[in-house]
Write a protein that binds this ligand. Structure first.
Ligand code: PMP
Ligand code: GLU
Length: 399
């Protein structure tokens, strides 16, 4: 007898970013020289003072359950840091600490959505949003944005996509996968529609600190008075502090929403790792010099990648304002043959690039934008050089 899986799990797509990362790791384990631009994770080690805080916590016996919503010191530190950075009063009770931002998003969808509610997701979107919405029995409604508009959702597009079932809008700035950073006035225009239509916004701000010269981060809740009552912010330490494996993220939400999320965690996961929480506390309270250093290095890599992309024939790319992804248009290569293999779409393109040149990327189709390829530049300069040499060779082989 085969045990049958639930319909929800049968319908769930696996994470394309994780799948490509695993495929690259398997090839590497088999002895291939793979250049991995698939997963979005900093290649730096977690800064020493954060590691030290974890060791201290371990030695001091912080190895027990904590409150399900996280230790009060960390919740308070997140709230204080938010108030200081963005000027909006925020209390510890509005913060729930979760197992990474992915878990924080899942919590928010679970707590806010009912069967059949519609959730607006601007495309290109991060792979997990639509799948998590479906898990919460709601309906993802994809709103496509244009490359020529730097993949920004306009207030008009938002207004036109709303129905009487629309409950949530998901925003991600700086964006994974496009690197787009919304300007304040663009967010304000979106906020006008959000307030008029009484929507709730899930604002994924995980790339808050990873913003490059010429761009500025704005937390969505701050762009219009009262917007904090309609916003759930998702953030965490994974990207900014090179702490992907520690699994600490959080939501900042109105108090009733936070209480709902805390209740959910009390039944579902209990607290995220106690040791990781103390490490995250050190990250938030400690010096931000480590973040500055990482951003400076990412800026150097972004400039290098932009230069390499500009030199590739028939490839276009948007502005890389934040996060650590290049998102480039390879549609001109569809229908061409690469060593006898015809590439019809972005999935074929990424597969052949991996097979023929051992470069791992993620297809735009996984982000709701076939025609594009995402390549993380959270990789060493040496790997970037080699990876873009290989990409150039791959494109040159097109017939
Ligand atoms: N949101 C976005 C936009 C991301 O790119 C990621 C990357 N993992 C996450 C959320 C989840 O972050 P975490 O690793 O903290 O779960
Ligand atoms: N968020 C990263 C990415 O988009 C890590 C993988 C994941 O969490 O899906 O590649």
């Amino acid at each position: 007898m085969t045990i049958e899986l639930s319909q929800a799990i049968q319908a769930l797509a696996p994470s394309a970013t994780m799948a490509m990362g695993n495929a690259a790791a398997e090839l590497r384990a088999a002895g291939q020289s793979v250049i991995d631009f698939s997963m979005g994770e900093p290649d730096f080690d977690t800064p020493a003072h954060i590691q030290q805080a974890a060791l201290t916590a371990l030695r001091e016996g912080q190895t027990h359950y904590t409150p399900a919503a996280g230790i009060m010191k960390l919740r308070a530190a997140v709230a204080d840091a938010y108030t200081q950075a963005h000027g909006i009063p925020c209390e510890a009770s509005q913060v729930v600490i979760s197992c990474g931002a992915k878990h924080a998003l899942h919590n928010a969808f679970t707590v806010l959505l009912n069967d059949g509610d519609e959730v607006l997701i601007p495309a290109p979107y991060w792979v997990s949003y639509a799948e998590q919405v479906k898990l919460a029995r709601a309906t993802p409604v994809i709103v496509s944005t244009k490359e020529s508009e730097n993949f920004k959702l306009s207030a008009e597009q938002l207004d036109a996509a709303c129905t009487n079932k629309t409950r949530l809008l998901v925003l991600c700035s700086p964006s994974n996968p496009t690197g787009t950073v919304y300007a304040r006035e663009q967010l304000t225009a979106i906020a006008e529609v959000v307030q008029r239509r009484k929507l709730t916004v899930i604002s994924d701000e995980i790339y808050e600190y990873l913003v490059y010269p010429g761009h500025e981060f704005h937390s969505f809740a701050t762009v219009a008075p009262g917007l904090e009552d309609q916003t759930v912010i998702v953030n965490g330490v994974s990207k900014s502090f090179a702490m992907t494996g520690w699994r600490i993220g959080w939501t900042i939400a109105p108090k009733n929403v936070s209480a709902g999320i805390a209740k959910l965690q009390s039944q579902e996961t209990s607290n995220p790792s106690s040791i990781s929480q103390f490490a995250a506390l050190a990250a938030i309270e400690g010096s931000k010099d480590c973040v500055k250093d990482m951003v400076a290095e990412f800026t150097r890599r972004k400039d290098y990648v932009a230069e390499r992309l500009n030199a590739l024939p028939n490839v276009s790319h948007g502005e890389m304002g934040g996060a650590f992804y290049a998102f480039f248009n390879v549609r001109n290569y569809f229908g061409k043959s690469f060593r006898g293999q015809t590439v019809k779409n972005s999935q074929d393109f990424c597969l052949e690039l991996l097979r023929q040149q051992n470069v791992a990327t993620v297809s735009g189709a996984a982000f709701g934008a076939d025609g594009f390829v995402r390549a993380s530049f959270a990789a060493s300069m040496e790997n970037l050089r080699e990876g873009y040499d290989r990409l150039a060779r791959f494109l040159a082989s097109a017939e």
